[in-house]
Design a protein around this ligand. Structure first.
Ligand code: NAP
Length: 221
């Protein structure tokens, strides 16, 4: 059976991705925060040790955090937390699973970016830095791992109705934002998950190193 590792599978885009992959026949490993705390280097190392001998065909680096503040208001703690969860943890998990993928000469990976890794929005300085960074990882590994038939892409969600979006935007702001989206509404998590599932499915044999926005046309305006 094909096996996938999904971070942040408890809620939002991650939970929808778990459902899609299970429907598509994957055994999905979706560690809880107790099993894998991406803010805690020792927790990541322990988790990596525990899966070192388990072959994975798919990795989805989905978990992410986004604290929104003007540049003068960003705290050192927020900078460290966003870089730890959004950048350092994905790199460590990639280091952990790619050896097994190379041995199988097969791997499919999606890193979750953001439209704010493609366009600017006030208050997202550190978040944008991490999401730009995640695509640098994608492009580098697309080249480094291509000889092993490992394909890796960045999916950049646009506004998606999850806890993260509700935390950063009150209901009236969500309604205003929806008017700025060409499709006239925010995405459901399942709409992100279907794109991710395609990229890590067996039908994807040639797309690698790409940044794909699932944004209802937002960046095309
Ligand atoms: P969400 O609803 O806030 O869920 C976040 C997930 O990440 C949860 O499963 C959470 O686990 C997990 N997580 C957070 N910190 C963690 C930590 N320290 N250790 C382990 N797990 C941790 O987020 P979402 O909206 O689905 O976003 C998923 C991804 O899409 C993120 O990378 C985000 O940046 C990106 N994105 C989202 C949007 C959007 O509009 N929603 C737009 C662009 C990009 P717990 O349940 O344990 O807290």
């Amino acid at each position: 059976m094909r096996r996938a590792l999904v971070t942040g599978g408890s809620r939002g885009i991650g939970a929808a991705t778990v459902r899609c992959l299970e429907r598509d026949g994957f055994e999905v490993v979706k560690p809880t925060r107790d099993e894998l705390d991406l803010l805690n280097v020792e927790s990541i190392d322990r988790f990596c040790d525990s899966i070192r001998d388990i072959p994975f065909q798919v990795l989805i680096n989905n978990a992410g955090i986004n604290d929104v503040h003007a540049i003068e208001e960003i705290t050192d703690d927020e900078i460290a937390r966003m870089i730890a969860v959004n950048l350092v943890a994905p790199i460590k998990l990639l280091r952990c699973v790619t050896g097994g993928m190379k041995a199988q000469r097969y791997g499919r990976i999606v890193n979750i970016g953001s439209i704010w890794g493609q366009a600017g929005k006030p208050g997202r300085t550190v978040y944008a830095a991490t999401k730009h960074g995640i695509h640098g990882i994608t492009q580098t590994l697309a080249v480094e791992l291509a000889p092993y038939n490992i394909l890796i892409n960045t999916v950049c969600p646009g506004f998606t109705l999850t806890d993260l979006t509700r935390k950063n935007n009150p209901p009236e702001v969500i309604r205003e934002l929806e008017q700025q989206i060409p499709l006239g509404r925010m995405a459901q998590p399942e709409e992100q998950a279907e794109a991710i599932a395609y990229l890590v499915g067996e039908k994807n044999t040639y797309i690698t190193g790409q940044m794909i926005a699932v944004d209802g046309g937002y960046l095309s305006k």
